[in-house]
Design a protein around this ligand. Structure first.
Ligand code: AKG
Ligand code: FE2
Length: 383
């Protein structure tokens, strides 16, 4: 490791000698870790590999933020009040962290996933809910506060009328009976690599960022993330051209299609979209390994190649989240999934909370289908 905390990497660090905060002892091997805010310039992306950035809060900075989040209101009951409170809490983040997060989001060469460790946690927790909704007996809202505080730095929290009843904060612990569901409610099956809400991404009604925070973790259950640039750099010229053609369609996720009337249908698909889009050197991805379909032979071949690439942990890399951790996943720069694990249903099982973030510009472009009071898309542009 060098002074900027780059681990397992031969990449040169762009940091000109600024001291690196925190230490890198937490957590498990996750490929290359680049410390923020010590390393604001971002090293060259190592070709073919997914890299991560991390911010490790010192205990003193965590305790300062804990004070600000200790009175966070219930976002289900009073979302607007919770937003105001989270914006106020952001003022107690260290200025270097505030700047590093915004630099991370907008730097052309930045990583697609930022891991923040050692954030304040709720003093007590109820049993992990198994119904996919907010826990009615949760007494404090520190975890929701940390999601909103970080999310609001980068855009607008939002939801969909067709998903989770329009909830903005999602509780996604496994649900009994849905063990094999290809969604965040399932557990026993690998949750395959996907852009969050792939079917709406090309029309810009998909999150640009999703934030996951953990109230309880499970060492067996790792979030997986694959960087678009790592995948793209491993494709041939012909595969790249095929993957850029606007000829792919993606089936709508089960969690949405069940709510679109008439139940789940394999026939509800997106408008045509490319898999890779944007500048060659800073490419973005729109893909769901279990739901994206190709029209022709070249397209089918490139889907198989991408799926094969995902079996390499240097491309599709596991990261385990525990209490007080927050993952910021860029939904344009990479795709994510989750390993299979055994659900416990005993109150102590893994408990992630999630919020979707989108830019104000994307909402404005889609304002005809957006309810600004409930902060939800009321419909989805489909084929
Ligand atoms: O549970 C996880 O680690 C990620 C699951 C997922 O795909 C999501 O929450 O969008
Ligand atoms: Fe997801």
């Amino acid at each position: 490791m060098n002074r900027c905390g780059i681990q397992k990497s031969s990449a040169a660090c762009a940091c000109a000698g600024a001291p690196c905060p925190g230490d890198n002892s937490h957590g498990q091997p996750v490929g290359t870790l680049i410390d923020l805010p010590g390393c604001p310039g971002f090293p060259e992306h190592e070709p073919g590999k997914t890299q991560f950035s991390q911010i490790a809060f010192s205990d003193a900075d965590r305790d300062t933020l804990a004070k600000a989040l200790s009175s966070s209101p219930d976002p289900v009951a009073q979302f607007d009040v919770a937003v105001v409170s989270a914006r106020a809490a952001a003022a107690s983040l260290p200025p270097a962290v505030l700047n590093a997060i915004r630099t991370w989001m907008f730097s052309p060469g930045a990583t697609g996933c930022l891991i923040v460790r050692n954030l304040p946690t709720d003093p007590t927790l109820p049993a992990t809910p198994t119904h996919g909704q907010a826990a009615a007996d949760k007494e404090t809202f520190v975890s929701e506060g940390r999601l909103l505080t970080f999310g609001l730095l980068l855009g607008e929290p939002f939801g969909y009328a067709a998903e989770r009843g329009g909830a903005i904060i999602h509780n996604s612990a496994p649900i009994p009976g849905k063990e094999n569901s290809p969604s965040s409610s399932g557990a026993r099956r690998l949750l395959e690599a996907h852009t969050e809400f792939t079917a709406g991404r090309f029309q810009r009604v998909a999150p640009e960022l999703l934030l996951l925070t953990f109230l309880r973790g499970d060492p067996q259950a790792a979030t997986l993330y694959a960087d678009a640039r790592a995948m793209y750099s491993r494709l041939t010229k012909r595969e790249r051209a095929a993957a850029r053609s606007v000829t792919f369609r993606t089936r709508i996720p089960e969690s949405f299609s069940g709510n679109l009337g008439g139940g789940f249908s394999e026939r509800i698909v997106s408008k045509p979209h490319p898999i890779f889009v944007g500048p060659e050197e800073d490419v973005e991805i729109i893909f769901d390994a279990s739901a994206t379909e190709a029209a022709g032979k070249d397209g089918r071949r490139v889907i198989r190649t991408i799926v094969d690439l995902l079996s390499d942990p240097e491309v599709f890399t596991p990261i385990v989240g525990g209490p007080g951790d927050l993952f910021l996943l860029n939904n344009r720069r990479g795709i994510h999934g989750r390993t299979a694990f055994a659900p416990l249903y005993n109150g102590t099982q893994r408990w992630p909370q999630r919020v979707y973030i989108i830019s104000a510009g994307a909402i404005y472009d889609n304002r005809a289908r957006f309810d600004p009071i409930r902060r939800i898309f009321t419909s989805i542009p489909l084929a």
